[in-house]
Design a protein. Structure first.
Length: 208
């Protein structure tokens, strides 16, 4: 039983977590950021979805997890166990997690999964596929441009703009590739704009 406890308290990969040794309650509270409406039993989980996973069990098995479904549709939980979440409804995922962990801890663990709204950012300007993208944890400006199909032929790679909360930041794509410290993590609602290069503007003037 000691080995099982240590295994269940292992670090989560891909999820932020906190271990909460609460006394038994009637049920775990719904996280403030979780959505109470719109995500019913028919909602199908998708890559990029943020999930709040709570377990209702006697200490020390009462856990609160927050994670995002990876691009391959999976989440990684306790004991480095990978679950295919995308394509399932919330009740289906809850049952799968419960069925996996219950035999190991030999207690009546109840899993609650809550969905949160998708977060977005946008990439506009001189990229192949401009538009709105689902924000994945750890997305950087360079990665966002790559996800948008890369640059158009006359894009300015040294003057990429990031508009956030009224402020504008400038990123050099080439420098960001060489030095990750020169890159910038993308946040929800960021607007990334790739302007036309000076050479591109010159050619555009000739065409006119």
């Amino acid at each position: 039983m000691r080995a099982v406890c240590l295994t269940l308290l292992a670090l989560l990969i891909g999820c932020r977590h906190s271990l909460v040794a609460h006394p038994a309650k009637s049920g775990p509270p719904v996280p403030k950021a979780a959505v109470s409406g719109g995500y019913d039993g028919l909602w199908v989980i998708h890559p990029g979805a943020r999930l709040y996973i709570l377990s209702f069990a006697p200490p020390p098995f009462h856990l609160e997890l927050e994670c995002q479904v990876k691009e391959d549709g999976t989440i990684t939980l306790l004991s480095n166990q990978v679950f295919a979440a995308a394509g399932k409804t919330i009740p289906e995922l809850e049952k799968e997690i419960e069925d996996f962990y219950r035999p190991g801890i030999r207690t009546n663990m109840i899993i609650h999964v809550y969905g949160a709204p998708k977060r977005f950012y946008s990439v506009q300007g001189q990229v192949v596929s401009p538009g709105r993208q689902i924000l994945m944890d750890g997305t950087t400006v360079a990665g966002a441009i790559q996800a948008a199909g890369g640059f158009c032929p006359y894009a300015s790679r040294s003057r990429v703009q990031v508009k956030r909360s009224g402020a504008t930041y400038r990123i050099s794509y080439n420098k960001a590739l060489k030095n990750p410290g020169a890159d910038m993590e993308v946040l929800a609602n960021d607007q990334i704009f790739v302007p036309r290069s000076l050479w591109g503007k010159f050619l555009e003037g000739l065409e006119e």
